[in-house]
Design a protein. Structure first.
Length: 229
């Protein structure tokens, strides 16, 4: 994004601030963190963020909330990346389970297909920040329900080399046997870890929406607003 484009976004952002809004949609357009910080500083001047005794109590409260919104927004932007990372991890896990099933039939096909379906849903939601804000918590609840159904109907996946006899003739083969025995639990642990990650991300999104709403609903007088011109 060029400096000219950033200047245009800064002008639009200042207009939204004058209307009492937090310009999150404008800030979201800048993916680079350093450029986004520049844009934030261009929209909210140091004078606007300073609190003085001459201001009304309402405006003091409003400006105090601005820092909270800023921090919540950065956590929200990180959560977007985490959502997409989790989607990629689900794709990898699903492909591994399906590939293992093709190489050596076991009961991994159902787990692989369920994981790929879950990954498709997560990808669909994570492609758009608006969807993440609207459906992030709903997505987490859907994944929890899917995991419960998965375990209830299919139990746990079998070890990678289920039914094979491995003679432990070396330390390497011993480690492989341990991995083979733990492979079902590694699958469950990976899925559980992704669920926890999505839960934290959804909570960060929820907090940002809440603080943004709290900031925007705090009445401020136009005379108190010293938005950078």
């Amino acid at each position: 994004m060029t400096q000219f484009e950033l200047d245009i976004l800064a002008k639009k952002g200042r207009s939204q601030v004058e209307e009492g809004l937090f310009p999150s949609e404008i800030l979201e357009k800048v993916k680079d963190r350093q450029k986004r910080k520049w844009l934030f500083d261009a929209i909210f001047s140091p004078q606007y963020r300073r609190i003085s005794n001459q201001m009304s109590e309402t405006e003091k409260l409003r400006r105090g909330k601005l820092l909270s919104v800023e921090m919540a927004f950065e956590n929200y932007m990180k959560s977007i990346k985490i959502f997409r990372f989790n989607a990629a991890m689900l794709v990898i896990i699903g492909l591994i389970m399906v590939t293992i099933e093709l190489i050596r039939p076991m009961n991994g096909l159902a787990f692989g297909m369920i994981t790929l379906i879950e990954s498709t849903v997560v990808i669909a939601v994570s492609l758009n920040q608006v969807y993440i804000r609207k459906y992030g918590l709903l997505l987490f609840n859907a994944l929890v329900a899917s995991s419960i159904i998965e375990i209830a109907f299919f139990q746990f996946p079998l070890p990678v080399l289920y039914g094979s006899d491995l003679d432990v003739t070396s330390r390497l083969e011993g480690f492989w046997q341990i991995f083979n025995g733990l492979s079902p639990f590694l699958y469950i642990a990976a899925k559980f870890g992704i669920l926890i990650s999505i839960a934290f991300s959804s909570d960060r999104v929820r907090k940002f929406i809440q603080r943004k709403h709290d900031y925007e609903t705090t009445d401020a007088t136009v005379n108190d607003c010293e938005v950078k011109q």
